[in-house]
Design a protein around this ligand. Sequence first.
Ligand code: ATP
Length: 227
Amino acid sequence: MSDPGFPLSVRDIKRTFVQGDRRLEVLKGITLDLRPGEIVALVGQSGSGKSTLLHIAGLLERPDAGDIVVGGKSAGAAGDRERTVMRRQFLGFVYQYHHLLPEFSAIENVMLPQMLNGRSRAVARRHAAELLAMVQLKERSDHRPGRLSGGEQQRVAIARAIANAPRVLLADEPTGNLDSTTADAVFRQLLALVRETGMAALVATHNPELASRMDRTVTLKDGVLSG
Ligand SMILES: Nc1ncnc2c1ncn2[C@@H]1O[C@H](COP(=O)(O)OP(=O)(O)OP(=O)(O)O)[C@@H](O)[C@H]1O
């Protein structure tokens, strides 16, 4: 089942939410392979289950059935601690809201995940500086998130997400919180960085124009993925 050739394999994932006597079958058996370097748009109406799928693919939640294979490793059989290690080693996340740590500077926010992965402070700082330069934030490295614009904060979040060179980037409406001009600039940088580093990416978006700039689009509707 697990093909190490795919950076991410989503295998027949099912997820139902139960609230009182209501059962909501959000994912009814989702299968998706990301090829190396491939950028896939995940589209679907509000409430169709895009975030649920990204959380499960990102090993933040467990599905009711099915498996996620990341870098050739099955997450279904793994314990929580092992899943955390897989997440740190193989996956990067960008959310609609940046979730940067407010008491830390931009560069510290990009250093932290690297240090959690065992890099020394000096190595992490050097790499963080390179990444911030790539997203044109060299001059803002020592600012805390509160002193950065929305677009700048999101570019720091992107630098942080790729700091450990993940095989797969998972992004949930990464520019959904930005005005259209800023969103366009941030999205262009996100695509350029992903292409430059050769990682695969799954990007949820409501925006058809952004989706059209990715390699292919998959659509989530009524619990089923097509496209
Ligand atoms: N923990 C939960 N408990 C119960 N229902 C949930 C839970 N999480 C999500 N849902 C429901 O599952 C459905 C899918 O939600 P999800 O957030 O995955 O959709 P989405 O496609 O990401 O939506 P949006 O585009 O608006 O962000 C929604 O109807 C939501 O209310």
